[in-house]
Design a protein around this ligand. Sequence first.
Ligand code: SAM
Length: 354
Amino acid sequence: MKISTKGLLCFWKVSFGTRYRELEERPGEMLVDSHGRKINYLRLSVTGRCDLRCRYCRPRDGGAHSAEPEPLTDEDLLLIATTSVRLGIEKIRVTGGEPLVRKGIVALLRRLAAIPRLSKLVLTTNGLRLSELADDLRKAGVESLNISLDSLRPERFSRITGGGDLRRVLSGIERAQNCGFPHIKLNVVVMRGINEDEVEEFASLTRDRPLRVRFIEYMPAASADCARGITVPGEEILDRLAKRYRLLPMEKEELGGPARYFRIEGGAGVVGVITPVSCHFCGDCNRIRVTSNGVAKGCLFSREDVDLKPILRKKDPTGLRNALLDVVRYKPDRHPLCPEGLGGEPIAMSVIGG
Ligand code: SAM
């Protein structure tokens, strides 16, 4: 039997439309948590799969590619996103795993970008597939890209990422720049004894390219067997850079995230530090997360999570709305991470989305 798009739309309206209208009638609410923070940013993980195997990200390596279907369908993700935007979310970051390994990702992004009143749709990727996909992502409505890159040395990059090909990432970054993505961000997780000696080289990329190179403190939470004590504090990174360059501090931007930015005098781009361990920024936290298996979290490290899957299975937009409101309501005032780690079960960044 052939069903037209119009027919499907009609079926959808009859089935879920009445409940869905409840949300439509209350547009533009503002989400404020019990600590007075305005929540306007959702990190949406669309897959737990990845084509790299960074040890710090994946506690137990279950294989880079699994053929299993994603736990959340496109319709689930769209309902979560639409409901969040109606509640007050303004910016959505699509993450993973590696979001670009999800089947149909470009079409999904196009639909996410079309959500009324969403101000920004952005994406975090390892960059491996950008050479092929950057144009499509731009056309789909992705506004900006964060690309993870922990080394500029091919062998070291391969070691950190479990076999990644640096050349592919570098040509992906170039392609993304050529097709008009503004201020591409490079995320560098700085690890003592592993890549800390590259911070100057990374910073020098901003001299003649409009890149934002952000140095992120390694969070000792992802893997029980990963070495402790490899976090390099943001202040140490800045001291290192200040010995080589004159750093000019920059103003913070609305929806700009937790990085503190500096321009190297005369540089086209900027460098930044993100310090979740040495100097947490929980007081300004504006985000909630939904993991690739449909769990909503008020904090990267919170264990009081809400499983959205039963609600999604029932196609219950009011239930979903209430669940998201609960996540905001019970968002902890700060995360429990300290330089010694987290305690308890390791956290799977690859599922949560970083
Ligand atoms: N596959 C994509 C990528 O590589 O960017 C998106 C997922 S990845 C989990 C998102 C971000 O989390 C990356 O920038 C990654 O470096 C960061 N991340 C993962 N584990 C981390 C850790 N233990 N400490 C600091 N950052 C971490």
